[in-house]
Design a protein around this ligand. Structure first.
Ligand SMILES: Nc1nc2c(ncn2[C@@H]2O[C@H](COP(=O)(O)OP(=O)(O)OP(=O)(O)O)[C@@H](O)[C@H]2O)c(=O)[nH]1
Ligand SMILES: [Mg+2]
Ligand SMILES: [Zn+2]
Length: 359
């Protein structure tokens, strides 16, 4: 197996760990309970994390995830292959759950070494621009190109308002209207995924991620499941993360639907997705302006003038607030500083929802 076909880009692999010269590189193509399918030069095999790697991992982020390049000790007959280490990651995509995860700050890894995030949404009740902004921010934080996939065009009379809303939510991102059911837009989608690059399909359950994989592979490899008729929600058909090689030579990861996408505490600000707002804030009177009530706030001004939608403005504040919440878990000073600010934002958001969403 030529590992370049699985996305290896450098001239050669780095040398294996000194104390384990017998190790060979492999890519994780599927996570299962208790183990991983990996592809090595010798082919696909089943591997487990070696005890030492497991016990030295201080969090789930230090364990292999789909898309990772790992060092394996290929198995002798009748033994299991062992994963002894993870090669340096280009990026590691993870999310924060909203419940217990948010309280402990523990991140759930989603995929590693990703070039493109296909944010899949369907052209029905499921569509939600604030959710797109959340995914877009996650992509931006990890240096991943976001692409919006508006699926199920076959059941939508007029996708245009959705396209407009998606463009507003993620300025600069490609927005594709497709139908996994009829094949509409599949060529454009294929062209976006360059050979050797790795994409990941993310989105709620039932939006058609696995149906897209099957369509792109021209083969029904992934199980799909009908959505509920009353609220258009899916029923979590996919339960594992798997990487596929498309006929074009691109790699694409299918993943279970996500109900919540909490943003891990990384980097500064909310890049790219909110570049318009971040640019505006350069003109705020105060450098540490929170854009909630300060005088001379350029963001508030744009909102008053109608150049910035109320929904987008409040989602921006909400995401900032969420990130600050995570920071407070580790920083007492920031906790005090944040209390007053948080009160103001909460009131604004409450007022907004009491009035009902405009438009
Ligand atoms: N009309 C229509 N239905 C579609 C389209 N794409 C997917 N579906 C249907 O939507 C339902 C859910 O599709 P899945 O591919 O299982 O969705 P998923 O995003 O993989 O869901 P999870 O694995 O639960 O995260 C299935 O009944 C599909 O047949 C489409 O383009 N048009
Ligand atoms: Mg699925
Ligand atoms: Zn401001």
């Amino acid at each position: 197996m030529d590992l370049k076909k699985f996305g290896w880009t450098e001239e050669s692999f780095p040398p294996p760990p000194q104390d384990k010269p017998y190790c060979a590189p492999a890519r994780v193509v599927e996570e299962q309970k208790g183990g991983y399918y990996v592809v090595a030069a010798t082919g696909e095999l089943w591997a487990e994390v070696a005890g030492r790697l497991f016990y030295e991992a201080s969090s789930r982020l230090h364990l292999p995830v789909v898309g990772d390049w790992v060092w394996i000790h290929p198995a002798l007959p009748d033994t299991l292959s062992l994963i002894h280490g993870i090669l340096p990651r280009k990026n590691g995509l993870s999310r924060l759950g909203m419940g217990r995860d948010a309280a402990t700050g523990e991140e759930q890894p989603l995929a590693a070494n990703v070039d493109t995030m296909l944010i899949v949404t369907s052209l029905n009740k499921e569509f939600n621009p604030s959710r797109l902004e959340r995914y877009g921010t996650l992509a931006g934080q990890n240096g991943i190109r976001p692409v919006v996939i508006l699926n199920k065009a076959d059941i939508c009379d007029d996708p245009r308002p959705y396209v407009t809303a998606a463009r507003e939510a993620l300025p600069g991102a490609a927005v594709l209207t497709v139908s996994a059911a009829t094949g509409l837009g599949m060529e454009t989608l294929s062209e976006l995924l360059t050979p050797g690059s790795t994409g990941v399909l993310l989105g709620s359950s039932g939006v058609g991620k696995s149906t897209l994989i099957n369509r792109l592979l021209q083969e029904a490899v992934q199980d799909t499941m009908e959505i509920r008729a009353d609220d258009h929600r899916g029923r979590h058909a996919t339960t594992t993360r798997s990487l596929f090689r498309l006929p074009s030579g691109a790699l694409l990861i299918d993943s279970p639907g996500l109900r919540e996408v909490g943003l891990p505490q990384t980097g500064q600000g909310l890049p790219s997705t909110f570049s318009d707002i971040e640019q505006l804030s350069a003109n705020c009177r105060y450098r540490n302006c929170s854009h909630a009530r300060e005088p001379g706030c350029a963001v508030q001004e744009a909102r008053r003038l109608g150049n910035l939608s109320e929904r987008r403005y409040l989602n921006y504040l909400k995401l900032l607030k969420e990130r600050a919440f995570i920071k407070r878990k580790t920083d007492k000073g920031a906790a005090r500083e944040h209390k007053k600010y948080e009160k103001r934002i909460s009131r604004l958001i409450k007022e907004y929802f009491k009035q009902g969403r405009p438009g």
